[in-house]
Design a protein around this ligand. Structure first.
Ligand code: GLN
Length: 488
């Protein structure tokens, strides 16, 4: 695949017959064969499925039939999203042998738009983590520095795009799992408004926070992929009945007169100095673009991570109860059914998943419910009120996406709290259900990418894309590629 193309221009070339979708797909697989041995982005490939789709695209293009948006562009999908007839592992041993009997709604949409699905990507087990080191299957490495993590939990989907194996991919974001790896891998990642993208067929981690989310190498490709996957779905009871705007239609409109708020609590303290410096530079860029910049306080942000780890683990403890050795995947026979449940779960789940099930079960148990779960819900409400107040004064809020650039593999593995703090800037967004995008804003001294997060009110995706596009054009930070990986 030509790494320097955008997904939209690749699609145009396929549409006009300049490129064949089958050749494009072959180029993607060639790249995967050459570099994924080092990067480790994919858990499994789906060559037959992808090839059939690419052939259909070429047939249509030849016949001069209209092709839907992004048709022919190879796509990588996080391995917690169901693709019918293929394994969904969630990078857990407990799903060993499980084959998806149905397609997720996003998978159906992607198929309707004729994107060849090239394979399923690695993640932290059940999307619990910030480095992809919690995968029970393999290590994924950051293409910018193979000794470092790609971020997580959607690290496989991020690494696939950052290493030029595909131009776009899907991840899921519960507390930052698309925006944080986007930041660490020099990509664009957008967490949509809660309910904008159907969760049907996404393996649930924390249902009130989860959203399937796109990755790309530039803002327009991200907008195009959201256009493909978004929209109402009656199979998801939390789906928003909302007509998607044409995200690409207004994306180049100017951003003057916009008011931008800096979150005081996330400006500087605890940040790697280069991240803080790059953020200051981003503020200058916004000023040059003619936007007004204010500083704003969201005082409850300091409780967001604590509140998230009560709520997300509580929901996870309930959602993961279904993996019992009877219904899905792994079954370790015991002496009786209870013993079978225990043995299956003891062997099937990894340490981080067990830690979270225990935490969540504890905070939901009688006697502790009010002290923990109830309090965390109150913080969620406070945060929502504080963000609502902000929207009366500013159009969007900005902060660095992650306090640091990509860290070394193993560096935080044994320190869950320091790992949890990687998501300090991304978690509040999921708690209040608003959209947020991470876009590249610079590099640290080791040439590792830095991400900027832009947050907006519910359903402000169109505005987020427009502002991000203006920033991307002003800085030229798009379609970033690490130095060439040695090819196998
Ligand atoms: N890193 C956060 C966690 O471990 C967020 C994960 C996610 O967004 N899926 O819970």
């Amino acid at each position: 695949m030509n790494e320097h193309l955008s997904a939209l221009s690749l699609h145009e070339q396929i549409k006009s017959g300049k490129l064949s979708a089958v050749d494009t797909l072959q180029a993607a697989y060639n790249r995967i064969d050459a570099v994924d041995g080092q990067v480790g982005a994919f858990n499994a490939l789906s060559r037959d499925l992808a090839l059939q789709m690419a052939e259909d695209v070429d047939r249509k293009a030849k016949a001069g039939e209209p092709l839907p948006l992004l048709a022919g562009v190879p796509l990588a999908v996080k391995d917690n999203i169901n693709v019918k007839g293929y394994a969904t592992t969630c990078s857990s041993k407990i799903l060993d042998g499980y084959v998806s009997p149905y397609d997720a709604t996003v998978t159906l949409k992607v198929k309707a738009h004729m994107l060849p699905i090239v394979g399923k990507t690695n993640l932290d087990e059940f999307a619990m983590g910030s480095s992809t080191e919690n995968s029970a299957l393999k290590i994924t490495r950051n293409p910018w520095d193979l000794d470092r993590v790609p971020g997580g939990s959607s690290g496989g989907s991020a690494a696939a795009v950052a290493s030029g194996q595909t131009l776009i991919s899907l991840g899921s974001d519960t507390g930052g799992s698309v925006r944080q790896p986007a930041a660490l891998c020099g990509l664009v990642g957008l967490k949509p408004t809660y309910g904008l993208v159907s969760r049907y067929g996404l393996v649930a981690f924390a249902s009130s926070l989860d959203q399937i989310s796109p990755f790309a190498r530039n803002v327009k490709d991200t907008a195009a992929l959201l256009q493909v996957i978004g929209g109402y779905d009656n199979r998801d009871s939390t789906s928003l009945n909302y007509n998607l705007p044409d995200y690409l239609g207004n994306i180049d409109k100017p951003v003057e007169k916009l008011k931008i708020g800096i979150i005081g609590e996330l400006n500087g303290e605890g940040m790697q100095p280069e991240v803080a410096a790059s953020f200051q530079q981003a503020i200058e860029t916004f000023k040059k673009l003619g936007t007004e910049v204010h500083t704003f306080s969201i005082p409850s942000i300091k409780y967001a991570v604590a509140s998230y780890y009560i709520l997300a683990t509580a929901e996870a403890s309930s959602n993961l109860a279904r993996f019992d050795g009877v219904r899905y995947g792994l079954r370790v026979e015991g002496e009786n059914i209870y013993d079978t449940y225990c043995k299956t779960r003891a062997q099937g789940f990894g340490p981080e998943v067990k830690r979270r099930i225990m935490l969540g079960t504890f905070s939901l148990s009688s006697g502790y419910y009010d002290a923990y779960y109830g309090k965390a819900q109150k913080i969620r409400k406070l945060l929502k009120n504080e963000f609502d107040k902000a929207w009366q004064q500013v159009d969007v809020l900005i902060c660095p996406t992650s306090p640091t650039t990509a860290f070394k593999i193993g560096e935080k593995k044994d320190d869950p709290v320091s790992m949890y703090l990687s998501d300090i800037a991304t978690i509040p967004v999921n708690l209040v259900g608003i959209p947020a995008i991470s876009i590249p804003c610079g590099f640290d001294n080791q040439k590792l990418p830095i991400g900027l997060q832009i947050m907006g009110p519910h359903l402000s995706e169109e505005k987020l894309f427009r502002i991000s596009q203006a920033f991307e054009t002003a800085t030229g930070l798009a379609n970033l590629s690490p130095a060439e990986l040695a090819t196998a």
